[in-house]
Design a protein around this ligand. Structure first.
Ligand code: PLP
Length: 379
């Protein structure tokens, strides 16, 4: 079985997809054009914000937001310790200092108390200027914005929502990628809404930031193409990827988010082993299930368990094996005021299972049966 079955997805939409791809190739325009502008309109409407600016990938999307805000040397940006490398990487890439913050054990998302503590530490013990927080919608679940947004307002921090995994989730009926002052997502193939290569997008309600991000994404262009008013990047979504996403977004809206939630419910009823901690979704939230991540009992030999599952044809992944503050790339160039003990524990115990809207009932049952049986031998 596949960890995430992109082949089954293609098979389910082959006719429309082939038509969209061939029509784009035949039209002869490969950068920009109506597939891109139409997709941006649809994405902004889906999320519920005024502006969507597509770009080359989810990492660039984050960096474009920081560049638009002028975040740079001497600035502190608060990033969860438990996330994909990009969230911290872009902070360092613009010359600012990533300050790593712990997460909640049950939701895997940024812990507001740890954020407050890290902010106090930066103010009391460093010369850095606290500028922004970058909560991540990890594994598809929107971060705790009910707590984080008022806290960030109080602390004077801009909010950059990293929705690379969160697209399609919601909080009190409000869609992910609309909570941050600026929010971003990724269309990497394995994300909830993926294309057939790299892609990303930035979302905001702010007209000024949207215009600056649009300029930064195309070499800091001004009114004309060869009028460069700032130093930017070359970060665009290919026309072909926009056409592909147009087809995929229709399926995403029509049934995929509902289907992946049904599969989470299957796992919830099939995985009855008490030693396993299942992912929790707060009552007011909906996840888009970028990953289905369980917590193994402490002391479980995770490597042996993964090997045994692989031998039975079941692929699993460890997202993430290492806290951000322990990444060699950040050595001496980051802060981690409270040591993030929850993240350290999660990195040792998490395991992500095969998931996605095309996971079959049979495969979900096999995953659950094998995992529960093998746990007895590896714990
Ligand atoms: C995938 C991911 C990114 C980066 O997206 P790319 O499109 O691969 O550059 C950023 N943040 C998080 C949390 C991600 O999972």
């Amino acid at each position: 079985m596949e960890f995430r079955d992109l082949g089954a997805q293609y098979a389910s939409m082959k006719t429309e997809m082939d038509e969209a791809i061939l029509a784009t190739v035949a039209a002869g325009r490969y950068i920009g054009g109506s597939p891109v502008t139409e997709l941006e309109r649809r994405l902004a409407d889906y999320v519920g914000v005024r502006h969507c600016v597509t770009c080359a990938n989810g990492t660039d999307a984050l960096q474009l937001a920081l560049m638009a805000w002028g975040v740079g040397p001497g600035d502190a940006v608060f990033v969860p310790d438990f996330t994909f490398f990009s969230t911290g990487e872009v902070v360092a890439a613009v010359g600012a200092t990533p300050v790593f913050v712990d997460v909640d054990e049950r939701t895997f998302n940024m812990d507001p108390a740890s954020l407050h503590g890290a902010y106090d530490h930066v103010v009391a013990h460093t010369d850095l200027r606290p500028r922004a927080a970058a909560p991540v919608d990890l594994f598809g679940l929107p971060a705790d914005f009910d707590q984080l947004l008022p806290l960030c307002r109080e602390l004077g921090l801009l909010v950059l929502e990293d929705g690379a995994q969160g697209f399609g989730g919601s909080l009190d009926g409000v869609r992910a990628c609309s909570f941050g002052d600026v929010a971003t997502t990724s269309f990497f193939p394995a994300k909830p809404l993926g294309c057939y290569g790299d892609g990303g997008a930035v979302f905001t309600d702010d007209d000024g930031w949207a215009a600056r991000i649009r300029s930064l994404a195309v070499h800091g262009k001004g009114d004309g193409k060869y009028d460069n008013v700032r130093v930017g990047m070359n970060s665009r979504l290919d026309t072909l990827q926009a056409a592909i996403l147009g087809v995929k977004l229709s399926a995403f809206e029509a049934h995929e988010v509902a289907d992946v939630n049904e599969r989470a419910t299957w796992y919830g009823t099939l995985l009855t082993e008490a030693a396993l901690a299942l992912p929790e979704v707060p009552a007011n939230s909906r996840s888009s299930w970028a990953q289905y991540t369980v917590r193994l009992p402490e002391g479980c030999d995770r490597d042996a368990l993964q090997d045994a599952l692989r031998a039975e044809g079941i692929p699993t992944m460890v997202y993430y094996p290492r806290p951000m503050h322990e990444q060699p790339a950040f050595a001496g160039a980051c802060l981690c005021p409270d040591g993030c003990p929850t993240t350290v524990r999660l990195c040792a115990t998490v395991l992500s299972l095969p998931m996605g809207p095309y996971l079959t009932r049979e495969d979900a049952e096999q995953v659950a049966t094998s995992l529960m049986r093998l746990l007895e031998f590896t714990s």
